[in-house]
Design a binder for this molecule. Sequence first.
Ligand SMILES: Cc1ncc(C[n+]2csc(CCOP(=O)(O)OP(=O)(O)O)c2C)c(N)n1
Ligand code: SF4
Ligand SMILES: [Mg+2]
Length: 318
Amino acid sequence: MSSVSLPFEILPRTGNLNTTPVAPIADADRLGLTKKQVAADHPTWCPGCGDFSVLALYFKLIEKRKIWHEKITTVAGIGCSSRFPYFVQAHGAHYIHGRALPFASGVSLTRPDLHVFTFGGDGDAFSIGGNHVNHTARKNIKMTYVIMDNWVYGLTKKQTSPTSPIGFKSKTDLGGALDQPINPMKQLISAGATFVARASAANIPHLLQMMEAAMDHDGFSVIECLSECVEFFDGAFDAANPRKGGKFDLVPAEHDVTDEFAAYKMAADPFPGKFGIFYKVNRPTKNKNEADITAKAMEKVQGKKPWEILQATFNRMK
Ligand SMILES: Cc1ncc(C[n+]2csc(CCOP(=O)(O)OP(=O)(O)O)c2C)c(N)n1
Ligand code: SF4
Ligand SMILES: [Mg+2]
């Protein structure tokens, strides 16, 4: 763990109990956390892995948008990409494979003051966690979900993932993958996600723009971020990388992000397709809907002690 310089002073314990504590610094006067303050363990990814860029940009986002330790929650499932929370010096959880979203939903619904960021891989999102993606999307739970798509299971050393292209040779498909891959953008749009964007770890300024826009969205904001696994699927995204002879085409300026059918149609473009915000609409979040129900319920029991509310509930069940 790297050392963290705190925005307040910890007073040494002395015999004088009358020591006056130092007043906390007002939020407006607090500086954004630097990478040094927010970086934890040194990432254990292979040199050249795309996940490094995503982490570096997360640190940049935290600094730029002045998010402090106590306001960040980083949640992930299992996989190379899901090791994210280990590398961030803040609250977070490295949770069960595929179950990052239900965990993150609980945090989001109970702590409206936090922004919850969830990170994971294509396997975590669309295989074992495939059902949770759909339900988090339709419920529109406020959080940002970055899917680091490398078209392979990296951590477990090269099995076919739900986004692996047909013909990809892996330990589970020795002769090449046979099954139709998932189209992440189509799935996210049709499941009801209210912010759906596509980015690449190889285009740093664009990815930062997408992360900022996602964070500002009031709802479930998802970014499919191509993040190359140099160890088990080297060169997978060359066609989307101008430095490797590919092309990085942005979503056209005239695209209407509220047009679900246009977004869905754009998602059908053959690889490398377009990059940017495909779909963005406002729909009440589950956070707001639940907060409204709670507020109404609280109005009815105003002035009552918790045990009296509990007793009344038991009485109704008799
Ligand atoms: C319940 C359960 N099933 C299977 C595994 C084994 N497992 C760990 S990570 C992983 C796949 C990770 O792939 P992905 O989500 O694409 O992440 P990447 O490593 O590629 O970043 C699998 C199958 C597990 N840890 N738990
Ligand atoms: S195995 Fe692949 S995804 Fe995992 S750290 Fe190495 S390059 Fe990255
Ligand atoms: Mg993967």
